[in-house]
Design a protein around this ligand. Sequence first.
Ligand code: FE2
Length: 206
Amino acid sequence: MAFELPELPFPYDALEPFMSRETLEYHHDKHHKAYVDGANKLIAGTGLENKSLEQVVVASHRDPRLRKLFNNAGQHWNHSQFWKCLKADGSRSVPDEIAKRIDADLGGLGKFKKDFVAEGVADFGSGWVWLVLDAGKLKILTTANAESPLILGKTPLLTCDVWEHAYYIDYRNQREKFLQAFVDHLIDWEHVAELYGKAGERQAAA
Ligand code: FE2
């Protein structure tokens, strides 16, 4: 089944002034779409055509001959996660269960924000910053290019795209300002809590 570009879960101008309509028109309609189109083209003849996107990402990462497919499928998956992490007027309240875990594992919300921004600034070149669940603990990590916690066997709960195309229109070269706006105004913590709850259910069922 062909991959499809998901709709944004909010109007294009919903995140202004922190992420503009113009950024989202380019980022979603052009960059993300190009990865979807690329993945659909490159998957032909690989034997992975009927696999889920997650399975394609993991399988193509393991096979150096499928590097181009991995880059496109990985970016399709990463962007699909990113849109769900964003919310107009976000970051205001953190559900209790996540707030408590951030206190216990990451030294509190203030330290989490500081470290998340610092990791994103330090991610050299193009990549992603993530909050993940790893062996039962919250951790912040970064990945390069199209890589993600999916290929590392960790559970992603939150991500921010730090490729230049994610912020250059609104923030020019100031990646730090973009990341600060993300942690202060754009995070959908309800979504993070939902993913955290599902991870707990999977662990309990295992
Ligand atoms: Fe992007």
